[in-house]
Design a protein around this ligand. Structure first.
Ligand SMILES: [Zn+2]
Length: 227
């Protein structure tokens, strides 16, 4: 696209842009080009460059659509710690929480290889992220530990199926999908329970207990707030 086309578009959009000096054109060109075709955003760094330009030049109306694009990139960023760091730097609350939830669901610290974006973050918000992760995992593990329904044959002090279940899920992140699957409970009832345990699996108490665990874990994760 020739320079005259950009000048035309700047004039066409003049209500958005307080400066029209030709010396600013090189900085504004990427914004126009990429805003015209969203598919041209091919990386998070790319769209952040445009967003920074929009801020530098006070192109206020560009911020909202660019933020939508940034949120979309962050939701697809494979490393949730990197997504969180970017969201923290730009104070995108929704993306911060979404990234924190994904970070909590992994047992990795995700610091190797180094997340370069952490250099832009003060230590205190990072400390908050780690503290929230620790507290959420503690609550979730307590919820897993508390799942129980009785067996008429072996409920004291605790049904045998439960000891087998806790052994099986020990060491796993409490948000691992397998932990709430009916099949794992059924397996524990049949392979490690007493003769009465398999018959309890389909009882209303058992169904309620498993549903309560799912609901509790979802509620704990939904409640994550690192802002
Ligand atoms: Zn039993």
């Amino acid at each position: 696209m020739g320079i005259s086309s950009y000048v035309h578009r700047i004039q066409w959009n003049s209500r958005f842009i307080p400066c029209s000096s030709a010396s600013h054109l090189p900085h504004l060109l990427p914004w126009f080009e990429l805003r015209a075709e969203k598919s041209q955003y091919n990386s998070i760094g790319n769209i952040l460059d445009v967003y920074n330009s929009a801020i530098d030049f006070h192109v206020v109306c560009a911020k909202a659509p660019l933020l939508l694009g940034i949120k979309d990139f962050l939701s697809r960023e494979p490393n949730p710690l990197r997504a969180w760091a970017i969201a923290e730097r730009y104070n995108i609350e929704e993306s911060k929480n979404e990234a924190a939830r994904r970070f909590i669901q992994t047992d990795e610290d995700l610091l190797t290889p180094a997340v370069r974006e952490l250099q832009d973050i003060p230590a205190l918000p990072y400390n908050t992220l780690l503290t929230v992760k620790r507290d959420i995992l503690l609550r979730a593990r307590a919820a897993v530990l508390n799942v129980i329904w009785g067996c008429p044959s072996c409920s004291r002090p605790s049904p045998k199926w439960k000891a087998a279940y806790l052994t099986r899920v020990s060491g796993q992140n409490p948000f691992t999908p397998e932990i709430v699957q009916d099949s794992i409970f059924e397996l524990c009832c049949h392979t490690a329970g007493c003769l009465g345990c398999p018959g309890t699996f389909q009882s209303q108490d058992a169904q309620n207990a498993r549903q309560r665990l799912k609901t509790n874990l979802k509620s704990i994760l939904d409640g994550v707030d690192v802002n």
